[in-house]
Design a protein around this ligand. Structure first.
Ligand code: ATR
Length: 287
């Protein structure tokens, strides 16, 4: 926000439920302020069964675009007239662009966030260098697996507590992905280049995931898509083993950049410490 809302203020936002603790408004408005243009980014929480009505009403330039988060990522695909390959493969959209001609374009930049976080926090990481392991079989896992297949991972292994769900994800992302039950995790971890936790275990006071991370090679990169807390018990376990780790906050920030660019046609301004702002906000919430 430039300080005051005008009749020409460009609006973009994020839709999800719950949404009050989204960090996206903090990130996007910090960039808008630094870039000094007349725009604002706000959070919306449409009723669970009204997402498509909500999005339909925004057609025709009412809003530049929307980031979409849980539980609307699949519904977001359904309202779009054009669906990009990344969203198609992920089976979900996290970015809707409302074009002036009234059409809606769906994209998914979570994969860019994931790969950007790996590049930032594990310099030199190459997704093509070896097998990738994804833990979980929900929407987050499917998105991560799709991104790794598209980035050229030679093999993608999906490990999940419920193996049948892992098989569905493996079948939908292509690239010869393989499903493993959780009790065969050590076998899936053998020779892994990267291991990504996309389960919801440990969130909301749930039991943290305890897996044989020592079965990964010493050079494996271990990532958690969750950022509450910033260093999850899963990442703590990986750090104790001396593995390089990547956190979910970096992924959130790295998907926010391409979203900003899609809304305003320019990359976010350099030199804004959005990570520091997010960490301060997370600390304030947890105290
Ligand atoms: P999302 O779409 O947000 O990824 P989801 O569809 O609820 O969420 O998926 C959550 C994932 O976390 C699932 O893979 C779930 O495993 P199941 O398919 O067996 O349910 C996994 N998960 C949640 N709690 C878990 C726990 N305590 N241990 C292992 N896996 C867990």
């Amino acid at each position: 926000m430039t300080g005051s809302i005008t009749g020409a203020t460009a609006v973009a936002g994020v839709a999800g439920s719950p949404i009050a603790h989204s960090l996206s408004p903090l990130i996007q408005n910090a960039w808008i302020r630094a870039a000094g243009f007349d725009a604002v980014y706000v959070a919306f929480s449409p009723p669970a069964d009204r997402f498509s009505h909500f999005a339909e009403g925004l057609r025709g330039g009412t809003i530049r675009g929307l980031n979409v988060t849980l539980p609307f990522k699949e519904a977001a695909l359904g309202v779009a007239d054009k669906v990009g390959e990344r969203a198609e493969l992920a089976g979900a959209a996290n970015l809707l662009i409302f074009n002036e001609d009234g059409s809606i374009t769906a994209d998914n930049v979570d994969g860019l966030g994931l790969l950007g976080a790996l590049a930032a926090q594990a310099p030199g990481f190459d997704p093509k260098a070896g097998p990738a392991v994804v833990l979980g079989a929900g929407g987050a896992a499917r998105g991560a697996a799709a991104a790794l297949v598209m980035a050229g991972a030679p093999e993608v292994r999906i490990v999940n507590r419920t193996q049948a769900r892992a098989e569905v994800v493996a079948g939908s992302v292509g690239g010869g992905a393989q499903a493993y039950p959780q009790d065969a995790a050590a076998r899936a971890f053998d020779g892994a280049n990267v291991l990504i936790n996309a389960t919801s275990a440990g969130i909301a006071g749930d039991d943290a995931l305890i897996l044989p991370l020592e079965a990964t090679p010493a050079g494996a990169v271990i990532m958690d898509m969750t950022y509450k807390p910033l260093v999850t018990p899963f990442l703590e376990q990986a750090r104790r083993l001396g593995r390089r780790t990547v956190d979910g906050l970096e992924m959130l920030i790295r998907q926010a950049g391409p979203s900003f660019e899609a809304f305003y046609g320019r990359p976010p301004p350099a030199g804004v410490d959005v990570r520091g702002l997010c960490i301060a906000r997370l600390e304030a919430w947890s105290s």
